[in-house]
Design a protein around this ligand. Structure first.
Ligand code: ZN
Length: 176
């Protein structure tokens, strides 16, 4: 059984800033494997360590790419340690976005169309990847978690409706 569990909106840990990982130890490898299991269990496409209450700069994702037709391809889960995002496109796109920690609250969120991500894998290799469309969005969403930022913070629509939904989510999932 996993020692980690998914944290929901209302949990103060989701608002904390995560710390860099200095060494890839058994603890980190175990955390990454368990996070992949949790992500798959909840049928998500990304999960940040913050979402299981661990303040390390690490997230997992199974988003492979978005093709020219806008179709999203999922693949084997990948681990991103100490990610750094750069080179955001000036083109902003709005797309519906959800979060496992804030169940059933998809919101249109505006983000750059493309970014570059640099991160370390579980073998300690630093890699760099150009990300476009949904993959870029996925990377930015998970990276936000490591800074205590949630998609609702970037929502520009009706805040009152969102506040109501958030109160309900907190009652249902966090205060149970
Ligand atoms: Zn999320």
């Amino acid at each position: 059984m996993s020692q980690y569990e998914l944290k929901y909106y209302g949990d103060p840990v989701l608002r904390k800033k995560a710390k860099p990982i200095e060494e890839i130890t058994d603890e980190i490898r175990d955390l990454a494997y368990q996070m992949i299991q949790i992500m798959e269990q909840y049928k998500g496409c990304g999960l940040a360590a913050t979402q299981v209450g661990v303040l390390y700069r690490l997230f997992v994702s199974n988003v492979e790419r978005e093709d020219e037709n806008g179709e999203v391809h999922l693949g084997e889960a990948k681990v991103y340690i100490n990610p750094v995002i750069s080179n955001p496109s000036n083109i902003l796109v709005e797309h519906s976005e959800g979060c496992l920690s804030i169940p059933k609250l998809s919101l249109p969120i505006e983000r750059p169309l493309s970014i570059t991500i640099e991160a370390t894998d579980l073998e300690g290799r630093r890699f760099k990847k150009e990300c476009y469309g949904f993959l870029a969005r996925n990377m930015m969403h998970e990276n936000d978690h490591l800074n205590g930022v949630l998609h609702i913070d970037r929502y520009k629509g009706n805040r009152e409706a969102v506040s109501q939904a958030l109160r309900k989510i907190k009652q249902t999932y966090y205060n149970k």
